[in-house]
Design a protein around this ligand. Structure first.
Ligand code: NDP
Length: 296
């Protein structure tokens, strides 16, 4: 069986269109322009690329983008002061501090200094707690993007067996919470899981967020299962640089019912969901109705 390809690039474009439509209405009917502030500390090349891309897409959907580029040697006190200023700026509805931060800065402390209602990455401890208890929260962008694609493909996820491989705070754990919220029976697997192949073979939905190139082979996949590949791994093959996921796409696509490719699957959905979270945060801040279908 050849799997259906879940086209994250096309889906992300529809999410951005919805966001842009809502931004236009906010401007027209309420005179409000949602604003996203991104704080980058240091010169990490990958982070610089992400921040540029986020800024560009923010402006493309009609929102204001505020970039704060700080020196790698910025002190914790100075960074906290920038976050505090953004927390108190009524034109800023979303704040994202680009991770990883330089080693001398305490990431937990910085993230938890962001006002929870402006924490569009969904990493603040209050948002983690709200998500864990099934309350309205800011939902981390990558798992939110995965959930949107799963809901779009399946409609209801109720009763499905889901296996999330990876238990990180930014992907694995929130992904499991979201699937549980949609009434899946959820297993979280990790590096100490016994007999991972057997665990994965039970799954109707497999979300791989491991960070190991092509770790999941096709014979771990139940016939007809849906495979969401979060991994982004740069490898060299046949003398060329290549981007691959955490699943072996060719063999998994032979058994899966549907699968996301890398690139062009989960990746594009992450920034689209950041924009969605910003417009949601703006609506909540102003006591306005939230856009439909852009949150969990
Ligand atoms: P982490 O390194 O934080 O977590 C990886 C998880 O995988 C850990 O829980 C680890 O288990 C588990 N793991 C490692 N090796 C194995 C193994 N052999 N068998 C089973 N589990 C294993 O990674 P992230 O969650 O941050 O990211 C995962 C992947 O997703 C990466 O490739 C990253 O680049 C990508 N990513 C993609 C995004 C996107 O926008 N598409 C956004 C964020 C991440 P343990 O806890 O036991 O160590």
């Amino acid at each position: 069986m050849a799997a259906n390809i879940i086209d994250g690039k096309a889906f992300a474009a529809t999410v951005r269109e919805k966001v842009a439509g809502h931004v236009a209405r906010l401007k027209e009917e309420h005179g409000i322009t949602p604003g996203l502030a991104v704080v980058l500390v240091g010169e990490d090349p990958a982070s610089q690329v992400y921040v540029r891309s986020k800024g560009k897409q923010t402006v493309e959907v009609g929102m204001n983008s505020y970039e704060h580029k700080l020196d790698a040697a910025t002190s914790e006190a100075d960074l906290l002061a920038v976050v505090d200023q953004l927390n108190n700026d009524p034109n800023v509805h979303g704040i994202l501090v680009q991770l990883p931060l330089p080693g001398h800065l305490n990431e937990d402390l910085i993230i938890n200094s962001i006002a929870p209602e402006k924490d569009v990455d969904g990493f603040h401890i209050s948002n983690v707690g709200l998500l864990g208890t099934g309350q309205k929260s800011m939902v981390p962008c990558t798992p939110l993007g995965c959930l949107m694609m799963l809901r779009d493909y399946h409609g209801s996820l109720s009763g499905m067996d889901a296996v999330v491989i990876g238990r990180s705070n930014i992907v694995g754990k929130p992904m499991a919470q979201l699937l549980l919220g949609d009434s899946c029976t959820v297993t979280i697997a990790h590096s100490r899981t016994k007999d991972l192949p057997e665990v994965v073979r039970r799954a109707d939905i497999v979300v791989a967020a491991v960070g190991r190139p092509e770790m999941v082979p096709g014979d771990w996949i139940k016939e007809g299962a849906t495979v969401i590949d979060v991994g982004i791994n740069r490898i060299e093959r046949d003398g060329k640089n290549k981007l691959v996921g955490d699943v072996d796409f060719a063999s998994c696509a032979e058994r899966a019912g549907a699968i996301t490719p890398v690139p062009g699957g989960v990746g594009p959905m992450t920034i689209a969901c950041l924009l969605a979270n910003t417009v949601t945060a703006c609506c909540r801040a102003n006591g306005l109705a939230e856009p439909e279908g852009l949150t969990a």
